[in-house]
Design a binder for this molecule. Structure first.
Ligand SMILES: [Fe+2]
Length: 281
């Protein structure tokens, strides 16, 4: 499966802006070091890029970015991987929020009427509008991070499915959340869910690795929240350094065929991002 219809969350301008913030450099300093005119960098940050491949390579060098990925992004050709088949079904639930879109995910055995829910989107009404009719029950709810677009209506969703609480990152104060710590594993039927604690975008943030251990050769799904997007990474609003550290740690800790299900934008694979993501040079 190739998901070509869902646009990337970040354009070249967003990536350059995040990279300059990460490097602690302003446009003028980047211009000086790269030889690319300040006005051209500002235009690119403002989504009016006509930077050449040579200029993009110079910027990638100064900002420590993956130049192949940055150039691909710059010419609208960021690679979309062929997804390896998973031993279960993933339903991406894309929900409008403000000017963007936030993703939650429902994971089920294919054809089953029950599953696991990762994030809840902006509110229960929006979630209900995109909910697959065939899925009637939820065995557990997991939250990547507590923000209005990802965990809206959490307690209502938890109550709707008759659950005592949702699993949340440690350190978060969610009224109906129970912490799930780094390395903790939980089993639900054939599914195993393992938590990675990945603060940086927010002080409390988890990614969840979902697998079916009874199919050892089957791939796994990494629900990544705002740690990584196809072609970019989340904003380091809590700590850019922590975010970058966990990004590398998690991507190095999962097999390359792992499917990544991010909080925004299309799904991708660990292998594709290790090869092309601008922030994984
Ligand atoms: Fe988000």
């Amino acid at each position: 499966m190739l998901n070509l219809t869902v646009p990337l969350e970040d354009e070249l301008g967003d990536v350059l802006e995040k990279a300059m913030r990460q490097a602690g450099l302003g446009e003028e300093e980047v211009a000086q070091r790269s030889g690319v005119a300040t006005a051209r960098i500002l235009d690119a940050v403002d989504y009016r890029s006509d930077l050449s491949s040579a200029e993009l390579r110079q910027l990638a060098g100064v900002l420590g970015l993956n130049e192949v990925g940055l150039c691909a992004l710059g010419c609208g050709q960021y690679p979309r991987p062929e997804m390896t088949s998973l031993p279960f079904c993933v339903h991406p639930l894309r929900m409008p929020h403000g000017i963007g879109c936030a993703n939650a995910y429902l994971v089920t055995e294919c054809g089953a009427s029950r599953g696991l829910l990762f994030d809840t989107g902006p509110d229960i009404g929006t979630l209900t509008a995109v909910w697959p009719r065939a899925v009637k029950e939820v065995d557990a709810v997991f939250v990547t991070h507590v923000e209005p677009e990802h965990s809206g209506g959490l307690c209502e969703v938890v109550a709707r499915f008759g659950l005592p609480q949702a699993y949340c990152p440690a350190g978060v104060s969610a009224p109906c959340g129970e912490p799930m710590a780094e390395g903790q594993r939980l089993r639900f039927g054939h599914f195993e869910v393992k938590a990675f604690h990945t603060p940086g975008h927010s002080p409390a943030h988890n990614c969840y690795l979902v697998s079916n251990p009874s199919v050892p050769s089957g791939g796994a799904l990494l629900v990544s929240g705002d740690l990584i997007f196809a072609g970019s990474m989340g904003g380091g609003y809590h700590s850019q350094r922590q975010l970058a550290t966990h990004l590398r740690r998690v991507l190095a800790g999962v097999p390359p065929q792992t499917v990544i299900a991010p909080g925004h934008g299309p799904m991708t694979t660990a292998g594709n991002e290790l090869r092309y993501n601008p922030f994984l040079a």
